[in-house]
Write a protein that binds this ligand. Structure first.
Ligand SMILES: [Zn+2]
Ligand SMILES: [Zn+2]
Length: 185
């Protein structure tokens, strides 16, 4: 087999996603890997597009968290100044919890892209057990709602900090990916 990108070279591996041949150079310079196996340029580009989209979501999350972080902190401070710390804490948790509520609702109505394997599994389950699948989805939604509300309310400062850290950390990498694969959006 020859390399898909360099027909003059012999293939030493195949793309982990679409199985076309890859030469030594293509194998070594593959940006992304699946189970440590290299990808061809097309599959690398689609992985890069996924990473870039995730980066954009990260940015939107920071804006969304920040919008709720500030009023939460304000209510907390007002409560503390007023010597009524309980009101401050409860008010703050309430405001921060709203961001968890928003995130859960958004994930429910605009679910993030699922892996092909997950989609097939979901479709099979829905086909074989339509009622059970529906009940499972409703229960899952409420469990997620409860959890995200409580978790976000307590963990929002950490979550915001972590999201900003990841975003900043990936910024250079994302720029590199855009240039390497010519992805502009
Ligand atoms: Zn491929
Ligand atoms: Zn090659």
């Amino acid at each position: 087999m020859k390399c898909f990108h360099h027909p003059e070279k012999d293939a030493v591996a195949t793309c982990a996603q679409c199985n076309v041949g890859l030469c030594k150079e293509c194998e070594e310079t593959s940006e992304f890997r699946i189970d440590n196996k290299a990808l061809c340029n097309r599959c690398n580009a689609s992985e890069a597009a996924g990473a870039i989209a995730e980066h954009a979501r990260c940015k939107r999350r920071i804006i969304w968290f920040s919008i709720l972080f500030v009023p939460g902190l304000c209510i907390f401070s007002v409560g503390a100044l007023d010597k009524n710390l309980v009101v401050g804490i409860v008010g703050c948790l309430l405001i921060w919890g709203i961001s968890g509520l928003g995130a859960t609702l958004k994930d429910t109505f605009f679910p993030p892209p699922q892996s092909v394997k997950g989609q097939v599994k979901g479709a099979l389950l829905e086909h074989e057990y339509p009622i059970a699948s529906l009940i499972g989805k409703i229960i899952g939604f409420f469990v997620q709602l409860m959890f995200s509300y409580a978790l976000y309310a307590v963990a929002l400062p950490f979550k915001l900090g972590w999201t900003i850290f990841v975003f900043g950390n990936n910024k250079v990498k994302i720029k590199e990916l855009r240039e390497r694969y010519g992805i502009s959006t």
